[in-house]
Design a binder for this molecule. Sequence first.
Ligand SMILES: CC(C)(COP(=O)(O)OP(=O)(O)OC[C@H]1O[C@@H](n2cnc3c(N)ncnc32)[C@H](O)[C@@H]1OP(=O)(O)O)[C@@H](O)C(=O)NCCC(=O)NCCS
Length: 178
Amino acid sequence: MLERDIMQRLTREICDMAAMDLNGRGLLPPGFRYRAGTVRDLDAIMNIGLACFDSDEPERHKVRHFLSDAHAVIGVLCEGERIIGYAHLEAHMGRKNIYLNTTALLPAYRGRGLGDTLYILTEDIARAVKASSIWCHVHIKDPLAIHLLKKHGYVIERTEDPYYDDGQGAYVMRKSMQ
Ligand SMILES: CC(C)(COP(=O)(O)OP(=O)(O)OC[C@H]1O[C@@H](n2cnc3c(N)ncnc32)[C@H](O)[C@@H]1OP(=O)(O)O)[C@@H](O)C(=O)NCCC(=O)NCCS
């Protein structure tokens, strides 16, 4: 029962509430704010994916599906009205945890702490839906993402190698929420 519940609990409303709370905490520079992504944001999200990933870019039809309230949320970070980054979270059948599919920021916005806030939003949403843990795949040759994940309490659980299109491996990293 709980497994079905988390899929139902991970909604755009929950994402919007976590976003508003984060916006009010003074962690973002002036002019930046989070909100829940909608299908209208599909092009902007696809463009960020293209700018951020050399292989395994997000697939358009899947992102559209996830933006349609399908047991997934995409929290988008905006500067003014422009989307400059996002965190994509999913709940899966038979699980009590949340899968962090992607965190991404346009290159021009990196290196000033905004990446941190993507992981804070992720954790806030996971807490709001009472997830047992958050897990993700991370490229074994991505020291920055691994550093950020460790900083936010994720630990390496196992290696899946090969995992990515380019034949490279991934660490499965997990943060317990209990
Ligand atoms: C991952 C990503 C969202 C991080 O955003 P960011 O704005 O660069 O991150 P921040 O500025 O908040 O934090 C950077 C941290 O990494 C550290 N860092 C920077 N370059 C580093 C490197 N080469 N190796 C290790 N750590 C590094 C910084 O010192 C900082 O750590 P600190 O807070 O302990 O000082 C962004 O780089 C990105 O979009 N990358 C491409 C997509 C991607 O790989 N996503 C992750 C997997 S889905």
